[in-house]
Design a binder for this molecule. Structure first.
Ligand code: OSB
Ligand code: MG
Length: 367
């Protein structure tokens, strides 16, 4: 395979409801979509999950565009590729910028799957024909509003509720949810809002039988998380701190994490995501697929990855209708009774609606 043309598009999509984390509130999602074409005319799609500002990690869609234009696209265009695993090798001289790297690699995986006549899930080695999913619920204005939202999502069938927490929106919230919904699987995600000094507060979460607490401490930490895990029973799951297989290995060896949230963009692409998955499987560390408020393109990649066998816990891949009035893929990703059916068509398995893509495009350039 030879990639002969790549188009970057910047899209802006309005979220149906604002999403609030310990860092702030999103009303819309701006992101990059990559369209890659090979010499035979096959087209693959990738999405960069970098945000408009660098609150989650250091990348932004502008830094991604720069990395893609000036470094990554020149390394790919017109190179003879035999397998998508070669992409991360080609990118090795470029440090980090994992979300930018992942957006190209994802499009190449899509083309590879089409070329070999299989779904992306099958190309990755996935076997499931449906995946179990949960939902991530942002910080609300009141506990009553949160309870009402959770009630709705339980009725929709979501298999576990992830509740965003921050200092002051934590113990009371989780206590009320546990009392109101004794049998629902809950977890909490702090997006790095605490420090080891907060261990006393965090320990009190043990009373609420959470399946895990995600990234309580600093976004670049694996040392204090190991200390915290010794102090609390609730399993710690790392998100922000894990960028590679090596990070995962070190965190597991240190005892900083008992579960890993794998996000394709954060780890630089599907090839690295699969390596982390395989390492975790061999070491009895369950994994699940995180979300980044993706459009249908990124969502499709998440669905495919989740078909791998060690994605044991429900991920954050909610249905398109949880985020958008209208998604850019057809059909949209649908959750029924807490499951998404994995598409069997070749490639990412969903059609891109170009008209919808165009309507959300605010900038584009072809290389
Ligand atoms: O920490 O998992 C996170 C959204 C944006 C950035 C980081 C995170 C999240 C979510 C939402 O929790 C996941 C989703 O619904 O896509
Ligand atoms: Mg998280």
């Amino acid at each position: 395979m030879k990639i002969t043309e790549i188009t970057i598009r910047q899209l802006k999509m309005k979220l149906k409801a604002p999403f609030t984390t310990s860092f702030g509130t999103f009303h819309e999602r701006e992101f990059l979509v990559l369209e890659a074409k090979d010499e035979s005319g096959l087209i693959g799609w990738g999405e960069s999950v970098a945000f408009h500002s660098p609150w989650y990690n250091e990348e932004t869609l502008q830094t991604n565009w720069h990395m893609l234009e000036d470094f990554l696209i020149p390394l790919i265009l017109n190179k003879e590729l035999h397998h998508p695993d070669e992409v991360s090798k080609l990118f090795e001289p470029i440090r980090k910028n994992n979300m930018a790297k992942s957006s190209i690699e994802g499009a190449i995986w899509d083309i590879y799957a089409q070329q070999t006549g299989q779904s992306l899930a099958a190309a990755l080695g996935g076997k499931k024909d449906k995946i179990e999913v949960g939902i991530s619920i942002g910080i609300q204005n009141s506990i009553e509003e949160l309870v009402a939202l959770v009630d709705g999502y339980v009725k929709e069938g979501y298999k576990r509720m992830k509740i965003k927490i921050k200092p002051g929106w934590d113990l009371e919230v989780m206590r009320t949810l546990r009392e109101t919904f004794p049998d629902v699987a809950f977890m909490a995600d702090a997006n790095s809002a605490y420090r080891l000094e907060d261990a006393e507060t965090l320990k009190q979460l043990d009373a609420f039988q959470l399946t895990m607490i995600e990234q309580p401490l600093a976004s670049d930490d694996i040392i204090d998380h190991a200390s915290l895990q010794k102090l609390m029973e609730t399993p710690i799951c790392l998100d922000e701190s894990i960028h590679s297989l090596e990070d995962a290995r070190k965190a597991v060896e240190l005892g900083s994490t008992k579960i890993i949230n794998i996000k394709i963009g954060r780890v630089g692409g599907l090839t690295e995501a699969k390596k982390i998955h395989d390492y975790c499987e061999a070491n009895s560390i369950p994994v699940w697929c995180g979300g980044m408020l993706e459009s249908g393109i990124g969502r499709a990649h998440n669905v495919a990855l989740t078909t791998l066998s060690n994605f044991i816990l429900p991920g954050d891949t909610a249905g398109s209708n949880r985020y958008w009035e209208k998604d850019i893929i057809e059909p949209e990703v649908v959750v029924k009774d807490g499951y998404i059916e994995v598409p069997q068509q070749v490639g990412i398995g969903y059609e891109i609606n170009r008209e919808t893509v165009n309507s959300f495009t605010v900038a584009q350039k072809t290389y």
